[in-house]
Structure formats: structure tokens, C-alpha cells
Write a protein that binds this ligand. Structure first.
Ligand SMILES: Nc1ncnc2c1ncn2[C@@H]1O[C@H](COP(=O)(O)OP(=O)(O)OP(=O)(O)O)[C@@H](O)[C@H]1O
Ligand SMILES: [Mg+2]
Length: 269
């Protein structure tokens, strides 16, 4: 059985596709078979990333491994089950095709609530939710008391994850391991960082997620997209030595992959 990793947050621009790219690349580089699905059918950033990577490999002839990206298959309406939502069927068909050839399947979700993303959350063995370090983004997870800073209760996205967890429990599936990743952490704003950190710690206990060490705001996390690369590939492309920021970025990716505690993965990059 492939282990399904869903990357989701209904808040746009929180770093879902960036996280998908980096974790999927880390796993494929460690020799795991990685399938990739992108439910953001308009932007397809994750899909485009893998396509850029394939094009780079063709152009340069460099043997760097790639995730196995698949578009959601078109289903023959005559074959489709009329009692089931057609989009759900396309997602389950894609997962069924990738499952026998993958150790891990990544599903990147759009930055808004869609039916397909909701179904994907019920498939997650691991759910990663990247979060910009701001209370605007935090608001999607929980309501915070304006005066005391205390968490008042979960909000819409957390409730959606809660529902997905209930559905999995009813189906006898293993619980979702939910990891929240703080993204685009800055070197400044210590006060805000501490406040968001404290609120996340409190919320993690209440609604059951783990907080992973975060990604800092770094150019290297975004500049290699057109070539379909990540900082983990730089050595293979002839870059002899990484600068300090890139070394720190690699450590951040390593720390995240370690924290995910994925089955059969011992981190060695
Ligand atoms: N740690 C980081 N350092 C620098 N830039 C980052 C970092 N994380 C994300 N970005 C940039 O922020 C923007 C949004 O990131 P990304 O596209 O990964 O978010 P998303 O959650 O997938 O967005 P959407 O909801 O639109 O799908 C992109 O331009 C990306 O390159
Ligand atoms: Mg995206």
C-alpha cells in the first residue's frame, strides 16, 4: 500500500506547492517511488514543477530522478458509477493507478475549499498544512481571543480535517497524522513569531496536530521552479558548494522530512 501524503490548507499562497516539491523531491532522491497528483486544476503549480523537471532532464541529459506525475484520468461516462460523484471517481482512479507503482503518493490541494480537496483529505495518511506565520493564516485553523490571545475554538479548515478523521475512523483506516509547518519564517518579527508559536502549541494539543520545524523565507525555495529543481539537486547540476543560506535551507527540508516520520524512510541527504 502506498502511503498518501496530502498537502492542504484552504488559505492561498501558504506554501503547499513549495512543500510538495521539496518533500517529494527529497523522497524520490532517496530512492523511493513517488507518485504526484495536483488537485489545483487551474494553476497546477506542483504538476508544472514536475513537468519542468522532466523538460530539464531531457534538455541536459542529467540523470536526476523525478516524481511520477499523473493528470486525473478522464473517465468514460458509460463506465462511471452514476451513484458516485464523477470527480471523486477521477481521484480514486488516479490513486488506484499510482498505488501499485508508488511508495508515496503526494496530493497537492488548491488554496480554496473544493469538493475534490475535501475527498483527498479523507485519503491522507499524512496531512501537511503549511502556514504563513501570521494570524490571518492562523484564523483558518482556529479563532483566537483578541484580548487574551487564547484559542477559542477550531475554525472551518480544522473542522474539515475533523470530519475527514471521523470518516476514516468509520472506514477502519489509520488516523491521519497531521503536521502543521510554519512557512516563510523571517529573521525579524520575534514578537509575532513567539505569539503565533504559542498559539500553535496550544491549538496542537486541542485539535491533534504536530508542529514541524518551519521553512524560513529564502530565495532558494522559489528560484529553481522554472528548471524543476530544488536545492537538493544543485550538486548534480554542477554547483560545487552551497552558500550558507542554502545549507540552512537543506537542513530545514531535512528536519521536516525527519519530523514526518514516514514509514521506511531514513533520512540521508
Ligand atoms: N519558504 C519560502 N521562501 C520563499 N518563498 C516562498 C517560500 N514558500 C513559498 N514561497 C513562495 O510563495 C508563493 C506561494 O507559495 P506556493 O505556491 O507554494 O503556495 P500555495 O499554498 O501552493 O499557493 P496556492 O494556494 O495558490 O496553491 C510562491 O511564489 C512561492 O515561491
Ligand atoms: Mg499551490
Amino acid at each position: 500500500m502506498a502511503h498518501i501524503i496530502v498537502v492542504g490548507n484552504e488559505k492561498g499562497g501558504s506554501g503547499k506547492s513549495t512543500t510538495c516539491m521539496h518533500v517529494a523531491t527529497a523522497l524520490v532522491r532517496m530512492g523511493h517511488r513517488v507518485g504526484a497528483l495536483d488537485l489545483d486544476v487551474r494553476q497546477r503549480s506542483f504538476g508544472r514543477y514536475v513537468e519542468n523537471r522532466k523538460a530539464f532532464v531531457e534538455r541536459t541529459g542529467l540523470a536526476i530522478p523525478s516524481p511520477n506525475y499523473m493528470l486525473l484520468p478522464e473517465l468514460d461516462p458509460a463506465q462511471a458509477d452514476p451513484s458516485e460523484n464523477p470527480f471523486d471517481q477521477r481521484l480514486s482512479a488516479a490513486v488506484a493507478l499510482l498505488e501499485p507503482v508508488s511508495d508515496f503518493i503526494f496530493i497537492d490541494c488548491p488554496g480554496s475549499h473544493t469538493r475534490l480537496a475535501q475527498v483527498a483529505h479523507t485519503l491522507a495518511d499524512t496531512l501537511i498544512t503549511p502556514l504563513n506565520d501570521s494570524f490571518i493564516d492562523f484564523d483558518l485553523l482556529a479563532r483566537v481571543d483578541a484580548e487574551t490571545g487564547k484559542v477559542k475554538g477550531p475554525s472551518i479548515y480544522s473542522e474539515m480535517v475533523w470530519n475527514a478523521r471521523q470518516m476514516r475512523a468509520q472506514a477502519g483506516l489509520r488516523p491521519i497524522d497531521w503536521i502543521v509547518l510554519r512557512n516563510r519564517l523571517g529573521a525579524q518579527q520575534m514578537h509575532n513569531k513567539k505569539k503565533v508559536g504559542a498559539a500553535l502549541e496550544e491549538l496542537s494539543r486541542r485539535i491533534g496536530f504536530r508542529v514541524a520545524p518551519g521553512f524560513s523565507e529564502r530565495v532558494i525555495f522559489r528560484e529553481l521552479f522554472p528548471r524543476g529543481l530544488t536545492l537538493l539537486d544543485l550538486k548534480d547540476t554542477g554547483v560545487e558548494s552551497l552558500n550558507l543560506s542554502n545549507i540552512a535551507a537543506r537542513q530545514e527540508v531535512r528536519d521536516l522530512v525527519t519530523e514526518l516520520q514516514l514509514p521506511g524512510v531514513s533520512v540521508n541527504f
